[in-house]
Unconditional design. Structure first.
Length: 428
């Protein structure tokens, strides 16, 4: 009996030592990520930079971004989201297989005042590098596992940094609003608010009647006698999504601040280019150092129809300030699409929200540069995505002029330096 007890104690001791070694192997930075903190290392990392009070977690947005050789896309992605969300706090992790570091690009946006925290795998995992000979299946599994662990650690970090709305998508995806009628007015906003109020009332009313053990319930207005037409909100237009900080302003103006998560569908944009005269009409004349052909949001405006399988599952924007009851998040992220159960699942629920993610396949030259373990970067795979284009959307064609108007052509040129591939670049 004594031998059995001794053996059991020995096993427990080994398990405890393993957990202790695992925790201490992360290092101080990682312990900050996983434990409640009162200050954030990034705020003191750049002592020469001052951050306006308005750049708090209420009026600005954050992002969790994983990159693998995305230096060509990153300047445009950062500039657009700095302008649109407005993105002011970024946690970014670079895949260890990347050939180039994005630090020089990130430093430009730090100079712009953006808080940027750079992590390596050691900040949220404890594994060794995979050998170059690892199978494709193993690399895919490692990639997806890494995404989930990164999102858990990043959301925890941003929660303790008192941040709120956080973008959880990739460097080839750009958040905007769904297609909308033109010339939205204050009246349109009142209509949207009325319809939003109707939906919230119906949700509360049905819940009440369910608990009251009622059955069939009529959902009508006082001037209706039978039936119910499903209403869809009227969203705003290209003009709105061109303005600085449109996302946060939209959430605040439309009483959406109490929501926890927006799960939105994605639209795959193919490689069909718009006519050059239209392309350059949306390009600021004074920004002569940045070719519009290098910017996906201006160059590619044709996308797959809403039900197309290549759109894939949606992505999320989540308010990390409301995650206290879900902490710790370790092993809570089961998919990088809906992130957490509070994001309400997959694409079937994405129609509830007015947002959509523009997902760009880009040119063959840019598509073939990255070694993404999830995709066989074949010409055939690119052509399948590049050929979609049943519908046209110009919503993101106006942001650059507004961006240049706010920051000036000289500063915009610095931030967008070497964005995209040169139009003269050719790949085999």
């Amino acid at each position: 009996m004594a031998v059995v007890v001794a053996a059991a104690v020995f096993v427990i001791a080994l398990q405890f030592q393993y957990l202790l070694d695992l925790l201490t192997s992360f290092g101080d930075a990682d312990l900050q990520v996983w434990s409640p903190i009162s200050e954030v290392e990034s705020l003191s990392e750049y002592p020469g930079t001052t951050y306006p009070d308005s750049w708090d977690g209420i009026n600005t947005a954050s992002a969790c971004l994983l990159v693998l050789d995305e230096n060509l896309r990153l300047p445009e992605w950062l500039a657009y989201h700095y302008h649109a969300l407005p993105l002011r706090y970024l946690v970014i992790s670079v895949d260890p297989r990347s050939q180039k570091s994005p630090s020089e690009i990130l430093d430009r946006f730090r100079d712009q005042g953006m808080i940027i925290v750079e992590w390596s795998d050691y900040n949220f995992t404890d594994w060794e590098q995979l050998p170059p000979t690892a199978s494709r299946d193993k690399r895919i599994w490692r990639h997806r596992y890494r995404q989930r662990r990164f999102y858990e650690a990043c959301m925890t970090h941003l929660h303790h940094a008192n941040r709120t709305w956080t973008a959880m998508y990739d460097a080839d995806e750009f958040l905007t609003l769904k297609d909308t009628p033109k010339n939205t007015t204050k009246r349109d906003k009142r209509i949207w608010r009325h319809r939003y109020r109707q939906r919230r009332f119906y949700e509360a009313c049905m819940t009440h009647l369910h608990h009251a053990n009622r059955t069939w319930t009529v959902m009508l207005d006082a001037d209706e006698f039978l039936g119910l037409a499903k209403e869809t909100p009227q969203n705003t237009t290209k003009e709105l999504v061109s303005k600085e900080g449109w996302f946060i302003r939209y959430v605040q103006d439309n009483s959406l601040s109490d929501e926890v998560c927006f799960f939105f569908r994605r639209a795959m944009f193919g490689a069909k280019e718009i006519p050059s005269n239209e392309l350059y009409s949306d390009h600021p004349d004074e920004l002569d150092t940045v070719d519009a052909m290098r910017l996906d949001t201006l160059r590619f405006r044709f996308h797959a129809h809403q039900q197309h399988e290549l759109n894939g599952p949606g992505k999320s924007v989540i308010d990390v300030s409301k995650l206290r009851e879900y902490l710790p998040l370790l092993d809570k992220v089961s998919t990088v699409h809906s992130v957490l159960p509070i994001c309400e699942g997959r694409s079937a629920n994405a129609t509830r929200w007015p947002f959509v993610g523009h997902h760009y396949v880009g040119s063959w030259e840019s598509y073939s540069l990255r070694d993404d373990p999830r995709k066989k970067r074949s010409r055939k795979g690119w052509e399948e995505r590049a050929s979609v284009g049943d519908m046209r959307n110009d919503q993101l064609s106006g942001w650059l002029k507004e961006f240049v108007a706010l920051h000036g052509p000289e500063r915009a040129s610095v931030l967008l330096h070497e964005a995209g591939l040169s139009p003269d670049y050719r790949s085999a």
